[in-house]
Structure formats: structure tokens, C-alpha cells
Ligand binder design. Structure first.
Ligand SMILES: [Fe+2]
Length: 240
């Protein structure tokens, strides 16, 4: 007669794969309480790491795949960096007291500047260029240290300051997401007179005060939406 083993005992028995699988868990789970702005930034960091790994692991025989991940990495990093500079670093300065927030923001901006310089070079390299992967490795060395510091020191300090001041981390996260959404995601190589923000390099070269002026003129959560719920007709009817 077939005896069915109790499920609990089956689960408790160590799998022969357990000891093999463990070394691949490279990042311990954070014990810090989850908070919206921290979560949004951490998600971006993990995505950047994944894009980086995709480029580094693409064989030289597949330059098309390498270019696709290169473009994704450059744009994701440009949008993430600009959203941090426009939304998160000013929040450091505003909410973290005694000049500590200002010092943190200044340090982070300086690190971003280093990354941007290398990123401008990287986006113009071909996978067949000898410097393609070494330039990306240089970016990653600076960026991974910077991201780790943000997650370990800067963001916990911000969350603590926000909660102390009764400010909403969710509101800041919404603003961060909205800013990223407005940063262009594609370049327009065929446009004869392209505005500077239509290439990643142009976007990264824009002075921060010009970017701030531009983003100030995009809608916010409380901007009226007079057309909401109304149909413009035409397109929907044609498609439908
Ligand atoms: Fe950053």
C-alpha cells in the first residue's frame, strides 16, 4: 500500500539543492521598515543592476542585444538621476536638519556628476569598441557604491526626518515617479534641430536650474484636469 508522507515533514526535509542555491542569494533582505520613497528608489537601483548584468553577460557575438540593453541602461540611469536631483536631494536639504541634509545632497550630486561624465562617453560607444565594457565597469564602480550609501545612510535618514516632521513619504514617491515619467525616454536621431533634452547626453548636460524650470511647468497632483472623463472622439472611434 502506498503511504503518503505528511506534507509538513516533506517540507522540513532539507532539499539537496538548498546548499547549492544559497550562495546565489547575494543581498540580505533589509530589516528597515518599507517606505514608499525608499522602495521606489531601491526598485530603480535593482533595475539598473539588472540592465548592467545584461550588458556584461551579452556575448560579443550579439551586438544587437548589447545595444538594446546599453540604451535601456543609459536612459534608465538618466531618468533616475534627474528625478533624484529634482525631488529627493531637495528633500534631504529641506527635512534633514543641522546641515546634514545639505552635506548629503552635495555629496550625492558630486557622485552623480562623476557617473554622468562616464555615461555620456558610454552612450556613444559601440559594443565592438575596446572601451565598451571597461567604461561601463567604471560607471558601475562609482554607481554601486553611491547606491549602497543612499540605501544604507541617506534614505533611512530621510524617512526618519519625514516621519518626525509628519511629512508624507508617499507624496515624495509620487513626485519622484511623476518626474521620471516626464523625462523623455527616447532620443530622436532624425530630428534636425533637436532640443538638448531629446538625447540622454543633452539631458544630462542641461543645467539643473533649467531642468527645474522645465519640470515646474508640468502638471502636479493638484493641477486641475478640465478634460478628465471627456471623450475627444475621433481616434477612439477610428480604432474601435
Ligand atoms: Fe543617486
Amino acid at each position: 500500500m502506498l503511504r503518503i508522507q505528511p506534507l509538513t515533514r516533506a517540507l522540513a526535509r532539507p532539499s539537496p539543492l538548498t546548499s547549492l542555491a544559497r550562495p546565489f542569494i547575494i543581498r540580505p533582505l533589509s530589516t528597515a521598515a518599507a517606505t514608499p520613497i525608499t522602495d521606489a528608489i531601491r526598485r530603480d537601483h535593482r533595475e539598473l543592476e539588472s540592465h548592467y548584468n545584461n550588458i556584461m553577460c551579452t556575448p560579443s557575438s550579439d551586438p544587437d542585444t548589447a545595444v538594446r540593453w546599453q540604451n535601456q541602461f543609459v536612459w534608465s540611469l538618466a531618468r533616475h538621476s534627474i528625478a533624484e536631483e529634482l525631488v529627493v536631494y531637495p528633500a534631504f536639504e529641506e527635512h534633514i536638519p543641522s546641515g546634514a541634509g545639505k552635506a548629503m545632497a552635495d555629496k550625492d550630486r558630486a557622485e552623480h556628476q562623476q557617473v554622468k561624465e562616464h555615461l555620456k562617453k558610454f552612450q556613444n560607444l559601440l559594443p565592438s569598441d575596446a572601451e565598451f565594457k571597461t567604461t561601463l565597469e567604471t560607471i558601475w564602480r562609482v554607481l554601486s557604491t553611491h547606491m549602497a550609501e543612499e540605501e544604507r545612510e541617506d534614505l533611512p535618514a530621510l524617512e526618519q526626518a519625514l516621519s518626525k516632521a509628519g511629512e508624507s513619504s508617499e507624496k515624495l514617491a509620487a513626485s519622484f515617479r511623476r518626474t521620471k515619467h516626464f523625462v523623455p525616454t527616447r532620443s530622436h536621431p532624425n530630428a534636425p534641430d533637436k532640443p538638448p533634452y531629446e538625447t540622454a547626453a543633452g539631458l544630462l548636460s542641461m543645467p539643473m536650474d533649467s531642468l527645474m524650470d522645465m519640470f515646474k511647468r508640468f502638471p502636479k497632483e493638484d493641477t486641475p484636469q478640465p478634460g478628465k472623463g471627456k471623450s475627444a472622439g475621433g481616434a477612439a472611434e477610428i480604432i474601435g
